[in-house]
Design a protein around this ligand. Structure first.
Ligand code: PHE
Length: 338
């Protein structure tokens, strides 16, 4: 019996239950109603009198050892790492902290808005789901204009609820709401029923600009755009090519002189050195009239640019689809840009 007790003392010393459940099992094994100590107490009765003292002391030691072990184990478990219901340690530091980052489209969007805010433009926004008036009719699109065609426009319901195809709709909304003067930039998402490719997408972003006051001239438009090109691209040379939009007259497209110094310059400017950046023009008198502004008193200019396009030029991104894929290998390249 002495050997048996000594064996158990060693076992208690080594035992290492490490959860509340295992400690309880350990307790039941030794101290339970049918536990080892009960068995030993029964055996003890048969121990010859001359050994009772020695064996009795061993038995007491076993009991106190077991109790002490349970106490220390229990306090170790409860003062250990904080655990939630799942047993997961909620205080453990996790391996990889990925810094948050802004999307390149957001970076360029706020940079452009910031450039215009420095010369007094404020920001206005309008709805993405529009009606024919704000996207087309109020902007002097004749009824049969091809841009209204099913191929370009996503209609939501009937032919008077549609996704805006450009942010020029916000011009109309603002002119209806307020009186001149206007100095506003209008960022937003636009939608066109186009096949998705490296150069176009069915959903993209534009920034629209509108300046209306007394005596606004084409020279004001040109100076404002030159300022923008210098601030954003750091390039001092622009050119305005005649173009056509139903809502501006005259209309133009602005190119920025990019240069022809490297292979990439050749590729992105198609060998001309010039980059097409935005559409613009003097607000057509019909557009002013349609929104209740007297074209005899007021004149103004408007411009509109695609943010994706400008972002691709800025960061030399070759495929527009990358903006929409949310691939971390692409997005994490912009983490250091504020
Ligand atoms: N709305 C035109 C487009 O989407 C851009 C534009 C805006 C042109 C304002 C002239 C004036 O292409």
């Amino acid at each position: 019996m002495k050997d048996k007790i000594e064996g158990l003392l060693a076992k208690v010393k080594e035992a290492a239950p490490n959860s509340a459940e295992e400690i309880e099992k350990f307790r039941i094994e030794f101290l339970g109603r049918k536990g080892l100590l009960k068995d030993l107490a029964a055996e003890f009765k048969a121990v010859p009198n001359e050994q009772k003292r020695e064996i009795g002391q061993l038995l007491n030691r076993l009991k106190t050892d077991v109790q002490e072990k349970i106490e220390t184990l229990k306090s170790a478990v409860s003062s250990g790492p904080a655990a939630d219901a799942s047993g997961e340690d909620m205080t453990r530091p996790h391996g990889q902290e990925l810094p948050g980052a802004r999307h390149p489209i957001s970076i360029v969007r706020s940079e452009i808005l910031d450039i215009f805010s420095r010369i007094g433009f404020t920001v206005a926004e309008g709805p993405e789901i529009e009606d024919d008036w704000h996207v087309f009719s109020g902007l002097n699109f004749p009824p049969e204009h091809p841009a209204r065609d099913m191929q370009d426009t996503f209609f939501v319901e009937g032919d008077d609820r549609l996704l805006r195809t450009h942010t020029s709709s916000v011009q109309v909304r603002e002119m209806e709401k307020k009186d001149p003067p206007f100095r506003i930039v209008m960022p937003g998402r636009v939608f066109r029923n186009e096949a998705v490719s490296a150069r176009s997408h069915c959903a993209f972003h534009q920034i629209e600009g509108l300046y209306i006051d007394k005596d606004v001239s084409f020279a004001d438009l040109k100076q404002t755009l030159l300022y923008f090109a210098q601030e954003f691209f750091g390039k001092a040379k622009i050119r305005l090519r005649p173009s056509y939009f139903p809502f501006t007259e005259p209309s133009a497209e602005m190119d920025v002189y990019w240069g022809l110094e490297t292979e990439t310059d050749y590729r992105i400017t198609k060998g001309t050195g010039w980059l097409e950046v935005l559409g613009c023009g003097m607000v057509d008198p019909n557009v002013l009239k349609a929104s209740g502004i007297d074209p005899e008193v007021y004149s103004g200019f408007a411009f509109g640019m695609g943010i994706e396009r400008i972002t691709m030029l800025r960061y030399q991104i070759g495929d527009l689809r990358m903006f929409f894929e949310n691939d971390m290998r692409f997005l994490s390249q912009f983490t250091s840009v504020s």
